[in-house]
Design a protein around this ligand. Structure first.
Ligand code: GSH
Length: 213
């Protein structure tokens, strides 16, 4: 049965390319796993949406009989048994994936919310030093390795690199050359490019449907 990935039916311009279904699309492209997209309304959120995602968010997936929300849990589930989660490295891949979610993303979000959602530059500036500190620490931990596990790209790199995209785009990696190169290496992968192009096409199609309505 084809895996179903659910995202919003439409989002405003500033969120495009960053809605977290991108992580799942990216992994599915890396794995060459077919999937189709379904949507839930962003504006008039439904009870059916809440039944699949208790915080009324996206993404969530349906994989056969299994329904899963939380992008991290979805990535862990899909990567299991694939080269993106080598069995010998499993505990450390999980460690870095959770570090991405729990030790890096919260600092990024604490800066993203004032900067992009609230348009509060002073608030964002207050959060920036802590985010910069985390990013510098991450660069030190990465050292000279191409990927967090060494030679092989894993699902932990996929998630970490996705989380680095907004800080990178806004110049926060400009002085962190090793980390910037890591993020670029990851997002240069054909699977990411395809995932991003597909997500952007999804929003364009949503605009067209709105225009036609
Ligand atoms: N921890 C959740 C966060 C999901 C999340 O923040 N989704 C955003 C889209 S990227 C969303 O649904 N935002 C709308 C909202 O929070 O109401 C995950 O990683 O899946």
């Amino acid at each position: 049965m084809t895996l179903v990935l659910t995202t919003y039916d439409w989002v405003p311009e500033f969120a495009r390319g960053f809605v977290r279904d991108i992580r799942v699309r990216w992994l599915l492209e890396e794995l060459g796993r077919p999937y189709r997209i379904e949507t839930v309304p962003l504006r008039d959120r439904t009870a059916d949406h809440l039944a699949h995602q208790p915080f009324h968010q996206v993404p969530f997936i349906r994989d056969g009989d299994l329904t899963l929300f939380e992008s991290g849990a979805i990535l862990l589930h899909l990567a299991e048994g694939t080269p993106l989660m080598p069995p010998a490295q499993r505990p450390h891949v999980q460690q870095w994936l959770i570090a991405a979610l729990n030790s890096v993303e919260p600092f990024s979000m604490a800066w993203v919310i004032p900067k992009f959602f609230d348009q509060d530059e002073a608030g964002a500036a207050k959060r920036e030093p802590l985010l910069r500190q985390r990013l510098a620490q991450l660069q030190t931990a990465l050292g000279d390795r191409p990927w967090l596990m060494g030679e092989g790209f894993t699902v932990a790199d996929l998630l970490m690199a996705d989380i680095l995209r907004l800080p990178a785009r806004n110049g926060l990696l400009d002085d962190l050359h090793g980390l910037a190169a890591y993020a670029e290496r990851a997002t240069d992968r054909p699977a990411f490019r395809k995932a991003l192009a597909d997500q952007m096409a999804h929003w364009r199609a949503a605009d067209e449907r709105r225009g036609a309505a």
